[in-house]
Design a protein around this ligand. Structure first.
Ligand code: HEC
Ligand code: HEC
Length: 335
């Protein structure tokens, strides 16, 4: 009788202990790595059918000892793929290869993408992969309205490890069409001519002018637009302006720019990068090197031959005949 009772009690004790163990296991399973680590030691949280956690494993394992990331059931050829598409391409296509490395079937329940523009191509869901078998997931990104470099995310969830999806990324770079860049830059400059001195524009339009004087300064500050082979048709050739120029003209245009055009003012009050000394240096250089049209007509300048008169309107009459007996018209440069 006593023995029988003791036997029942010990069963009860065992059952209670078993319940406690089961409870602890359930609690451990509910914990996720994202939740705050609890001080009490618990098995590695990972709620799937895999070998039981090692007894006494710490709740927040030291990274070197036990990997914090749960083992992967699905192994991918790469979890991040990068592509630079052709300018004007309508779509970017990617293929991710996967292998079920578990010893049991793994069922993919959902493939979720971060944008409606990103469409996965895979067998119908749920999709079960037998142990050790391979599959592939295609990703098609619609590039309409996209530009620059951007990333899309793809989340592949399984029923075996619901809290631990595979996260895949595709990085896409759309190279910019140079004419589109020019159009955008010109649009920005027409809204604000000083735009070229700001933000990313300054990398090419300001940084090279820093600390420069004279010819080097001209090349960096002005030549970038005015000497460019590829410049917009509205950017004039400064060697051949269709009107007289002098020191005051150069100083004025460098300081204030040309109002309501894409020709910016380079002085600090206009938002420009040039110091008064730099402006002075440029005005003197340009007045000396780029002959005024009137001076050229007078035949007094050695660079006369560079001036192209042909397409221009009739030249203004000369105020005085040249001192040395050159014929009045057409002017021939003296040897
Ligand atoms: C990578 C260097 C670079 C950057 C950055 C840059 N530019 Fe330019 N910019 C140039 C060059 C070079 C030219 C001469 C024309 C050419 O070769 O396309 C030019 C010309 C221009 C012109 C004259 C019109 C033309 O196309 O000939 C304007 C206006 C202009 N840039 C505005 C801007 C603005 C506004 C920004 C910033 C939004 C900017 N640029 C950024 C290099 C640059
Ligand atoms: C961002 C490109 C750009 C840069 C840099 C630039 N210019 Fe210009 N410039 C222009 C454009 C565009 C025009 C034509 C403006 C118009 O009439 O529409 C112009 C016009 C001019 C003119 C002709 C004005 C006239 O109508 O007689 C002169 C002179 C001139 N620039 C001098 C300079 C000098 C000097 C520098 C350097 C300090 C310089 N530019 C830098 C774009 C530029």
């Amino acid at each position: 009788m006593q023995a029988k009772k003791a036997g029942r009690m010990s069963w009860a004790v065992l059952a209670a202990a078993g319940w406690l163990i089961a409870g602890a296991a359930v609690m451990a399973q509910d914990a996720s790595p994202a939740s705050k680590p609890t001080p009490a030691p618990a098995p590695v949280p990972y709620p799937i059918n895999r070998p039981a956690p090692v007894a006494g494993a710490p709740a927040t394992p030291a990274p070197a000892v036990v990997p914090a990331i749960p083992p992967r059931l699905l192994v991918w050829d790469s979890e991040r793929k990068t592509q630079t598409v052709q300018a004007g391409a309508a779509n970017a296509e990617f293929v991710f290869l996967l292998t079920n490395t578990a010893s049991f079937p793994v069922t993919i329940s959902e493939i979720h993408t971060s944008c409606g523009c990103t469409v996965p191509k895979a067998p119908p869901m749920p999709w079960t992969l037998a142990p050790g078998t391979n599959g592939q997931v295609g990703i098609n990104v619609n590039l309409a309205g996209k530009s620059g470099t951007f990333t899309k995310q793809i989340t592949v969830s399984t029923t075996n490890a619901p809290g631990f999806p595979s996260i895949l990324y595709v990085d896409i770079t759309i190279p910019e069409n140079p004419e589109a860049v020019r159009a955008r830059n010109m649009q920005m400059a027409s809204a604000d001519p000083a735009a070229i001195f700001k933000g990313d524009c300054a990398r090419c339009h300001v940084a090279p002018t820093v600390g420069k004087m004279d010819k080097d300064l001209y090349v960096a500050a002005c030549g970038i637009c005015h000497e460019a082979q590829n410049r917009a048709t509205m950017v004039p050739d400064l060697h051949n302006l269709p009107h007289p120029t002098d020191y005051a003209f150069w100083k004025e245009i460098i300081t204030h720019g040309k109002p309501r055009t894409l020709m910016p003012g380079f002085s600090a009050p206009q938002g420009g990068p040039l110091s008064p000394e730099q402006i002075e240096s440029l005005a003197q250089l340009l007045n000396k090197s780029f002959p005024s049209r009137t001076a050229a007509v007078a035949g007094t300048n050695a660079t006369l031959a560079r001036i192209n008169f042909a397409p221009q309107a009739p030249l203004p009459p000369l105020p005085q005949p040249p001192a040395v007996g050159a014929p009045p018209a057409p002017p021939a440069p003296p040897k």
